[in-house]
Design a protein around this ligand. Structure first.
Ligand SMILES: Cc1ncc(COP(=O)(O)O)c(C=O)c1O
Length: 432
């Protein structure tokens, strides 16, 4: 295979600095130039191999450049690349049909777009059209996108860039608080939801939630929480939008994370892992709600033959390789490993959270800045030792583990052993 010619990490970083917007950042002080990927591995310009425990932020669930999937992408690329939805083509209707098979309840209709933000924007518009109401409820510290409306329902302050966001959004406490049990935190959140609904339920179109908050720091609510949320929302005719952009397609051990809670939302938005790296996204709903989007709407690239053919290959691969089951089993192994590290380093790991292969380890230090610094130091050292790990959380102090679902037990054990060494080194440096 012909190797891509590389200009080297320093030149890439310099070009980024010169031509990108200054607001864009990359991980790592000494960032490698990534040039090639193969399943759970990624390689830099010197051929050094890294085991990827972040999957490009929860995207490459079936593995980098998975040959089974890319073969079908290439076949479609060579046959018909683009038409737009104003013409009849088969890949997008086949994809909609396949999605209906995996979607819960009577969610049957899919509207295809290109990114998570666009899927959520469409879901929020749909809720307004269906209810004739304008307002939204969202959870504190959630993340839903970069467009004006999706940024308006985003609770995480660091991602609320616009000074002129939609003000008709009410945030309630998320069902998590470090000093409360999950059940107590859920009760606090539900009490607020009830109060908001009593006050102005008839002006609210929808509540949007991530079933498990990703960027918010891997927050999985008590298992009863969303059932109670749905019951309350139904009383006021308010729709529930599940943002499954990060959690969808097997990552948490079930096809969609809402399945853990036994709840069928009114609308599901999806993106990321659906294309395994090719941009494809959608929002799905019932026949009845879909009928409310009753004015012309279209997306030029949405359901593009290449992205649709790829997503079909992704869904086949997830089914054939039983990736949700793999995520549940391997996730339990990874979580046990992280919990055992927490026992050994109680002064450094405050909490281990999440389920399946969507796990977080919250780091702690003397103060919040110290915890964020420690997180960056651990990420840098892990990278030098051949492991890419993610980072999220309100204080940017949560190590995020979201590897491709094709990772092996050996990869997990190896990573835990190296993380042990890195934490040991960090704790001895702390004592010096
Ligand atoms: C839960 C969630 N929703 C929405 C988005 C926005 O998706 P995109 O970056 O594809 O627009 C993200 C991105 O990280 C996300 O994690």
């Amino acid at each position: 295979m012909k190797q891509q010619e590389t200009i080297g990490r320093a030149a890439v970083a310099a070009k980024r600095k010169q031509y990108f917007y200054p607001c864009t950042a990359h991980f790592y002080r000494d960032a490698p130039q990534l040039v090639r990927g193969s399943m759970q591995f990624i390689y830099d310009e010197h051929g050094k191999r890294y085991t990827d425990f972040f999957a490009g932020v929860s995207v490459v669930a079936c593995g980098h450049c998975n040959p089974v999937i890319t073969a079908r992408t290439i076949e479609q690329l060579q046959q018909l690349q683009h038409t737009s939805t104003i013409y009849l083509t088969q890949p997008n209707v086949d994809l909609a049909e396949r999605l209906e098979e995996v979607l819960p309840g009577n969610l049957r209709r899919s509207f295809f777009v290109n990114s998570g933000s666009e899927a959520n924007e469409g879901a929020l518009l749909l809720a307004r059209m269906h209810t004739g109401r304008k307002g939204f409820i969202a959870l504190e510290s959630g993340l839903h996108g970069r467009t004006n409306l999706t940024m308006s329902v985003t609770g995480l302050q660091m991602w609320r860039t616009d000074n002129y966001l939609d003000e008709d959004v009410t945030f309630i406490e998320r069902p998590y608080h470090p000093e409360l049990t999950l059940e107590e935190a859920a009760a606090v959140s539900l009490k607020s939801l009830k109060r908001v609904l009593e006050e102005k339920g008839n002006t609210i179109a929808a509540m949007i939630v991530e079933p498990i908050q990703g960027n918010g720091g891997m927050i999985m609510p008590a298992l009863t929480y969303f059932r109670e949320v749905k019951t309350l929302l139904d009383q006021y005719g308010v729709l529930l939008i599940a943002d499954e952009i990060q959690t969808g397609y097997g990552r948490t051990g079930t096809m969609f994370a809402m399945e853990h809670f036994g709840v069928v939302p009114d609308i599901i938005s999806m993106a990321k892992a659906l294309g395994n790296g090719v941009p494809v996204a959608a929002f799905a709903t019932t026949d009845e709600i879909a009928a409310s989007l009753n004015r012309p709407s279209a997306s030029t690239f949405g359901g593009n033959p290449v992205s649709a053919a790829t997503a079909l290959a992704v869904l086949d691969y997830i089914r054939d390789e039983q990736l949700p089951e793999c995520a549940a089993e391997l996730g339990a192994r990874l979580k046990n490993g992280l919990l055992s590290l927490q026992q050994q380093f109680p002064g450094m790991i405050a909490d281990v959270r999440g389920t399946g292969l969507m796990l977080g380890a919250e780091l702690t230090a003397a103060d919040a800045a110290g915890a964020a610094e420690l997180t960056d130091a651990v990420l840098e050292e892990m990278k030098d030792r051949g492991y890419l790990i993610g980072k999220n959380g309100v204080g940017r102090n949560v190590l995020a583990f979201q590897p491709p679902l094709v990772v092996t037990a050996g990869d997990i054990d190896g990573m835990i052993a190296v993380l042990h060494e890195v934490l040991l080194q960090a704790s001895s440096e702390k004592e010096e």
